[in-house]
Ligand binder design. Sequence first.
Ligand SMILES: *Cc1c(COP(=O)(O)O)cnc(C)c1O
Length: 386
Amino acid sequence: MLRNAPPVPPTRIDFSDEDAAWIAERITEVLKTGRLTLGPYTEAFEAAFAKYCGARHAIAVSSGTSSLEIILRGLDIAGKSVLVPADTFFATAAAVIAAGGKPILMDSDISTMSTAPEEIERRITPDTVGIVIVHIAGIVTDRMPEIVRLADARGLWIMEDAAHAHGSTLAGRHAGTFGRAGSFSFYPTKVMTSAEGGMIVTDDDELAAAARIFRDQGKASFHQNLHVKMGNNWRLSEPHAIIGLRHFSHLDGMITDRRRIAEFYDQELGNGRSAFTPIAPPADCFANYYKYPVMLPEGVDRAAVKAWLKEEHGVICAGEVYEAPLHKHPVFHKLDTGDLGQSEHLCSRHICLPIFASMTDGEAERVIAAVKAAERGKAAASLASA
Ligand SMILES: *Cc1c(COP(=O)(O)O)cnc(C)c1O
């Protein structure tokens, strides 16, 4: 049918000509001044991001991965265990190990793609010091207030891996500000990008000061070659900060555009209208729709349906969140506790429909037409599980 139309891509990264000119002008400026790292653009980016989230501090760093490790080093997890969902990106657990801690995997709740308080309670051991909550797909679980109360009662901290959740809120409160600290990523495919980069948000003055030391080789200060912590080169360069600052100025607009597409998908697939069932954010959650995850009908093979959507309809699904839980990756086999079935089900049974800010109505309609065709053909041998 639409075989000759260009494919609907899984995502698209948008910088307008005006954005490109704005960025180029400022990069030229910093090339001339030589202020290429930890300068005024990094400070401006931090100030704007902190204000937006409603946090006291924001510390810009080289990536979402380094922001996680810096927070965990600041919380001094060496030799301690930290609870991490099994359904998350590699870096969430890897950062715990890099900071000297032991990740303990938690199972997921399929309805929110997050962790239930009961599951957290069950995994706490005497050496547990903290809990990592990951807002998968940009969805903030409506059980966040219960999780905060549980953590307080048990003397544990919460770190949010908000790499998916720039601008997502629960009851008006920003992702990244529910616990001791939040970590953001500005990797190109995220809701906003600085090419590479990350941001730590926190209200904790001490942790913020420690984070600034960690990101710059553990030096007591920028102008002082006295190393007081096991830091690294986790700085954000000024060119990256310039790109990030510009893209950040469009964040709310890009989220509005994503939400308009999500609303259309909801109308077509939501509330039992399709056997391809969207995972809907809770009512109190304003989601940024980093991803639009859909559970597959029983009997439909994921690889087959993705290949069919692509080949027959030119619809290229986005990457799953995640294709497999952490304990299914060889490097983390030893973290398997044998009772992580919900995350295994969640990971293996969903796809992510294309969604991005510059998606056209025509593209969104093609996605829905393709999903509906897949639904009609779901008994067909080509889509069925082997
Ligand atoms: C992208 C991502 C990271 C890592 O961020 P980088 O900027 O790529 O280092 C960490 N956690 C989650 C959940 C992510 O999606």
